[in-house]
Design a protein around this ligand. Sequence first.
Ligand code: OAD
Length: 270
Amino acid sequence: MTAPHDAADAPDATDAELGTVRDLVAASGRIAVLTGAGMSAESGIPTFRDARAGLWARHDPMRLASPEGFAADPGLVWRWYAERRAGVRAAEPNAGHRALAAFQRAHPGRLTVITQNVDDLHQRAGSEGAIRLHGDVLADRWFDACRRHARGGNVCDPAWAAPGEPPACAECGNRVRPGVVWFGEPLPLAAFEAAERAARGCALMLVVGTSGAVQPAAGLAGVARHAGARVVIVNPHDSELDGVAHHRLRGTAAALLPRLFGAPGAGTLA
Ligand code: OAD
């Protein structure tokens, strides 16, 4: 992976490049948009792999984002996610999220959002049916399988947990964890299958704001290309998926997506 720079360093896509991809958007029946942390960067949510500001540049992912890390220090992990939850709640969808949602409203059934992001900004922008590959940071779930359920009862609701860092079941001590996928854990099967179907069935895949460093999500770009789709990357920097793409648009999600998905004649394309 190449070293990231500041978004401001990178040259923007030319009008001709934007026009080509805008024509592809217009001509493609089904479109899939695979998003990563860069999608929410202009909403103020940090990415993971930016060399200076990225979360994994400042924190050890195995301590904070793995089952082993949580088992070793659940309080540390719970407090770190509490800060991330506060950041997500304070953030607002940006012009890129809004452009995708507006296109979906104007063209029902044509565009599927597949996101690696655990924030809810696609949902709050109004994107219907966004597929969440890595879970939901605002959701709670049990760390261990519920023991009452194992004895044939209903699963206890994590909302009943006694307060704490983390909250815990008053009956058995099971701890609450955030509803995200951690390193070493499988993706939610139904979500991944839906994402594979969207990748195989689209005529155009846009890959927005992801380094392409994490599998199996990154592999969806290759699935789409192999099935015959055109693949376009929107990113101010190089990514590990550049070799899979037919076109690379240099620029940010909030700057470029309104120009690609905005209504024709709305003055969005020079
Ligand atoms: P990364 O942090 O790896 O990559 C973010 C990408 O966004 C980089 O390629 C940046 O160049 C690009 N970028 C930065 N600002 C941008 C902007 N304004 N517009 C468009 N692109 C921009 O984040 P992900 O690829 O999403 O896993 O990381 C994948 C997974 O790794 C995450 O889902 C997370 C992490 O560990 C889980 O949470 C399970």
